[in-house]
Design a protein around this ligand. Structure first.
Ligand SMILES: *Cc1c(COP(=O)(O)O)cnc(C)c1O
Length: 379
């Protein structure tokens, strides 16, 4: 089945009792058993819930994987992956990555004895340099957040495979519409479902999709044993969001492409980070690895004056200032003080993240209104 058909039909079947075309919100904690241990496959909603099952199947189908496992947030999904490891295990992660991912690694799992190395993966040689016999996982995020660097998924996952190291790709920025990491050799794909998959800024959720049966069993065990599961109402909202993922992504990409070119031509704008621009160092790789360049843009102002960046963000009206991304509405974020504040300033500087960087999640409004809004705010 092609993507658009899967987005609408995968995982969902008419409700067996009524024929309802939409999967009902099974708002229940428990399920009545006929006799002890004799039930219809559902015992308790932390373990299984029919609305969640439908969503997990849909997400697996969209990422071309066998198993989908949903968690209460993107970070709960990351938490589940990190619980696969033991003290002394080493993990290599992208250095330009979601701030919360950096925080859970450094502040929660490092004290438990996991060892992390953060490297610039736009150069696969940098990964090889920190590989050791204790390396157990490589964590890739591409396009990276917020600098939108492109990492060669095939190059890194084949390196991981050759060393028997697990590879995971945070595919939140691309969404399965633009990129399928499992097809490029990754073992697990992780999503903050909160973003493009949900698509309407109304739900916080995470997911993992993978092919390996034994590993899926381990992660489902953690889902149940640690208990960070999403509720049925949230699963319903995401099932609804998925149905328009393909058309939303098409418009996100179209609007962001136009806006990036426009920004590049503004006298007051400095560097523009967007993989769709031919001047972007990862442009050729993105064109090969992705089916579009996505809806995220970051840019700096010439002169690099902090107060000027703040005033642009204060003056935007169609773009709302807020954390998060991937919703139908345009958002603008200041990574240094918002999404990436948990990364120390020196680490941010090392990764090239300036305090004046502005990140845009380009929504699906009319492009003329988005340009006019930025025009009046930048001047
Ligand atoms: C938001 C985000 C996360 C964390 O997901 P939550 O749903 O907020 O817990 C992880 N990775 C990326 C790239 C994100 O944008």
């Amino acid at each position: 089945m092609k993507f658009a058909t899967k987005a609408i039909h995968a995982g969902v079947e008419p409700d067996p009792t009524t024929g309802a075309i939409m999967t009902p919100i099974y708002q229940t904690s428990t399920y009545v058993q006929e006799s002890p241990g004799k039930h219809k496959g559902y015992e308790y909603s932390r373990t299984h819930n029919p609305t969640r099952t439908a969503l997990q199947k849909a997400l697996a189908a969209l990422e071309n994987g066998q198993h989908g496992i949903c968690y209460a947030s993107g970070l709960a999904a990351t938490d589940a992956v990190l619980k696969l490891f033991r003290p002394g295990d080493e993990i290599i992660a992208t250095n330009d990555l979601y701030g919360g991912t950096y925080r859970i690694m450094k502040k929660i799992f490092e004290p438990f004895g996991l060892i992390f190395h953060f490297v610039d993966m736009s150069d696969p040689v940098a990964v090889e340099a920190v590989l050791s016999p204790a390396t157990k996982m490589i964590w890739i995020e591409t396009p990276t957040n917020p600098l939108l660097k492109i990492i060669d998924i095939e190059a890194i996952t084949s390196l991981a495979r050759s060393k028997n190291v697990l590879s995971v790709v945070d595919n939140t920025f691309a969404s399965p519409y633009l990129q399928n990491p499992l097809d490029l050799g990754a073992d697990i794909v992780m999503h903050s479902v909160t973003k493009y998959l949900g698509g309407h800024s109304d739900t916080v959720m995470g997911a993992l999709v993978l092919n390996d049966d034994a590993l899926a069993q381990q992660l489902a065990f953690i889902q149940n044993a640690s208990g960070a599961v999403p509720g049925p109402q949230d699963c319903f909202l995401v099932l609804r969001g998925l149905k328009t993922l393909h058309i939303r992504m098409q418009r996100h990409c179209e609007n962001a492409g136009k806006l990036a070119v426009w920004l590049q031509n503004q006298p007051k704008v400095g560097k523009v980070y967007y993989p769709g621009l031919p001047t972007h160092p990862g442009h050729a790789l993105a064109a090969r690895q992705m089916r579009g360049f996505g809806g995220m843009i970051s840019f700096e102002l010439k002169g690099d004056v902090y107060q000027e960046a703040v005033s642009v963000m204060e003056n935007l009206h169609v773009f709302s200032l807020g954390e998060s991304l991937g919703g139908v509405e345009s958002l603008c974020t200041h990574p240094a003080s918002m999404t990436h504040a948990s990364i120390p300033k020196e680490e941010r500087a090392k990764a090239g993240l300036k305090d004046t960087l502005i990140r845009l999640s380009v929504g699906i409004e009319d492009i003329d209104d988005l340009i006019a809004d930025l025009q009046q705010a930048i001047g």
